[in-house]
Write a protein that binds this ligand. Structure first.
Ligand code: DAH
Length: 367
């Protein structure tokens, strides 16, 4: 049986040893190891507490409070060291996770603007400068707006040229006829003239559809329609407008224009418009006058079309034009294959696309 002084010595040694190890614990894991060694199930202090049972009653009475005191002192020392180490760990983590709010944001690349969208923006900008607003119409049209009101009645041979996609079902409302995917942007003329009284000056860019597909045709493509209706509009206005537009669009001081007599059911007279072009490095570019390239259909709005929209041809006259946007984009930016426009090939888009924040403006010479 051990004497009380032995036990006292052992307690003092143990306390000194544990205090030193608690103070030396450099992080929470090391401190936890000390705790287990002292107060765990097989810990040294726990063993002392258990050992009290084997002491002589009078020694136990004397020693028990001291062993208890040791246990509490060690528990407290552990706790205060844990607080210190916890704070240090938090401070280290805060320092490691510090965010520099002055750094630029890590955003995914913004993507690019498709050349067709770019050209549409350029068109809107050029024509806004001439007092035109942008009009829109539905891509699912009815027969009346797409054909009949444009002086293309059901038996008219021009319908055969349009390779129309028809849609099952009848159009609702007053405008009867089959539903279809619009084959041109000209129905927006009808929608504009029936919606608001003249004078009118609009362009209508948008998607059109024809059942046609090869190297130079895609089933969906883009057109822009122009319409001016006023009291004494004439071909001279049409010519000046187209010339001004083409000069601004291609960034040229001068552009050669040639009007060739043509036929469209909705215009009378009708013309096809060619621009002067030249070959540069194996590529046809607008400007100069060695060759001609057809870019537009145009004419004076047919009196019957005005009448179909409730306008008296005796009071109102107008001009209209229609133009393929994809073709304009190819000519201006040098793409050669129309089909690539709609392949959604990221490499093509990165190469031919425009920066999203570079909005075309007249003062910035468009692009
Ligand atoms: N709508 C015609 C087409 O798709 C283009 C056109 C020609 C529009 C003459 C017009 C125009 O407004 O006057 O081929």
């Amino acid at each position: 049986m051990r004497g009380s002084s032995d036990v006292t010595d052992e307690l003092d040694r143990l306390r000194a040893d544990l205090d030193a190890r608690i103070a030396a614990a450099g992080d929470l894991a090391a401190l936890e190891a000390v705790r287990v060694e002292a107060l765990g199930r097989h810990g040294s202090v726990t063993a002392l507490l258990r050992g009290l049972g084997g002491l002589a009653p009078e020694v136990r009475r004397e020693q028990a409070p001291r062993v208890q005191a040791l246990r509490e002192a060690i528990a407290q020392a552990l706790e205060s060291r844990r607080a210190v180490l916890g704070e240090a760990a938090l401070a280290a983590r805060l320092a490691a996770e510090r965010q520099d709010m002055s750094l630029p944001a890590l955003l995914p690349p913004a993507g690019s603007i498709h050349p067709v969208s770019q050209v549409m923006d350029e068109l809107a900008e050029i024509f806004a400068d001439l007092g035109f607003t942008v009009a829109e119409g539905p891509e699912i049209e009815d027969d009346w707006h797409n054909f009949t009101a444009l002086n293309i009645p059901p038996e008219h041979p021009a319908r055969a040229m349009h390779d129309t996609f028809y849609i099952a079902g009848e159009a609702a409302g007053e405008a009867p006829g089959r539903l279809l995917l619009r084959t041109h942007t000209s129905p927006v003329q009808i929608r504009t003239m029936t919606a608001s009284p003249p004078p009118l000056r609009v362009i209508a860019p948008g998607r059109v559809y024809r059942s046609d597909s090869d190297a130079t045709h895609t089933p969906m493509f883009h057109q822009v329609e122009g319409l001016v209706v006023d009291r004494d509009t004439h071909m001279g206005h049409l010519r000046w407008t187209l010339e001004t537009f083409l000069k601004a669009f291609f960034g040229l001081e001068d552009v050669a224009l040639r009007f060739r007599p043509s036929y469209f059911p909705f215009t009378e007279p009708s013309v096809e418009v060619d621009v002067g072009c030249s070959w540069e490095g194996g590529r046809l570019t607008v400007g100069g006058g060695q060759s001609w390239l057809e870019v537009l259909g145009a004419g004076m709005v047919h009196p019957r079309v005005l009448a179909n929209c409730g306008l008296s041809p005796d009071t109102w006259q107008g001009f209209a034009f229609g133009c393929g946007i994809d073709r304009l984009a190819m000519l201006k930016y040098g793409m050669t294959d129309l089909r690539a426009f709609f392949d959604a090939d990221l490499r093509w888009l990165r190469h031919h696309g425009f920066r999203a924040l570079d909005v075309p403006t007249i003062s910035g010479s468009l692009s």
